[in-house]
Design a protein around this ligand. Structure first.
Ligand SMILES: Cc1ncc(COP(=O)(O)O)c(C=O)c1O
Length: 287
């Protein structure tokens, strides 16, 4: 059985799925998106991702395409039709199709909805996490509303390419003050010399990662100390450990920054423990 996508009310073969050339998501990046990790066919951190989707839509004034209940049914149906157990579920909502004009269409049009799912090989992901990944730093070039999960990802694309060309998995943006904001598609963390878990606070211009929020609960329950104080690439180089969080990365140890090893250059005990505690929690609460 081939892959199935959902596009504007219809389940279609992935290979044949298409949108109108004047979909505003395509021409103007006038769209937002959301991503859920799937464990055993169920949505991880479901509530947080639904809430952030509603917030993103509200901030850019795109109408909710359907009720939460209906959307949940459609998302599950895409997962079911693709028989994916462990994977990544992608939803994109655009302002819809209208003759190209920067301002909103004068007569509102229905939002454009795309849903796709892909399987993830969890054993391969575990092997990757056990080795750890590299990160590189790159100047922050994004707009001032990174709290909105917009499909306008060109700076993130370019940053990830910088990482790819350096043989690294992630790029960490560094703002004008010299502090790391976040990764191109993940939140950035270090374990500092005092054993504190450091990550950028959500008043900064970052995406409010749902994995980040869940992990904060896990950190508190584990009796570890959270410190939302910004850190520099130099702090990261001197840190005991580093890691990234996201629906794709879950919790993945970072073992080098700009080609220099962090600690002994291997995944540290804190990141490794937090990864397994996070996955345990995500599996237990997936719906
Ligand atoms: C820029 C950015 N920051 C952080 C994250 C992590 O967010 P979440 O944990 O909700 O997946 C993502 C995820 O795609 C992202 O694109």
């Amino acid at each position: 059985m081939g892959r199935i996508a959902y596009v504007n009310g219809r389940f279609v073969r992935h290979a044949d799925a298409c949108v109108h050339i004047e979909d505003r998501g395509l021409q103007l990046a006038d769209a937002v998106y959301e991503v859920w990790a799937l464990f055993d066919g169920r949505l991880a951190d479901a509530e947080g991702h639904f809430a952030r989707l509603s917030r993103s839509l509200g901030e850019v004034r795109i109408a909710e395409p359907m009720s939460r209940t209906a959307l949940t049914i459609v998302l599950r149906e895409v997962v079911r039709r693709n028989r994916v157990r462990d994977g990544i579920l992608y939803l994109q909502v655009s302002r819809g199709v209208a003759p190209r004009d920067h301002a909103f269409p004068k007569t509102p049009v229905p939002p454009g909805v795309i849903i796709t799912v892909k399987a993830v090989d969890r054993a391969a992901a575990e092997a990757k996490a056990a080795k750890g990944v590299g990160a590189v730093t790159t100047p922050e070039t994004r707009w001032g509303r990174c709290d909105i999960k917009s499909v306008g990802l060109l700076p993130n694309v370019l940053a990830r390419q910088v990482a790819a060309e350096a043989g690294a998995a992630e790029a960490w943006f560094v703002d004008d003050l010299g502090f790391v904001t976040e990764g191109a598609a993940s939140n950035a963390w270090i374990v500092d010399g005092e054993g504190r878990l450091r990550t950028r606070d959500t008043n900064a211009n970052i995406l409010r990662g749902i994995t980040r929020f869940t992990l904060i609960d896990v950190i508190r329950e584990a009796g570890l100390t959270l410190d939302e104080r910004p850190f520099t690439p130099a702090d990261a180089r001197e840190a005991k450990e580093a890691f990234i969080t996201g629906a794709g990365a879950l919790v993945t140890p970072v073992v080098s920054i700009d080609g220099r090893p962090i600690g002994d250059g291997a995944p540290g005990p804190v990141a490794t423990r937090l990864r397994s505690l996070y996955i345990e929690r995500a599996k237990a609460t997936a719906v």
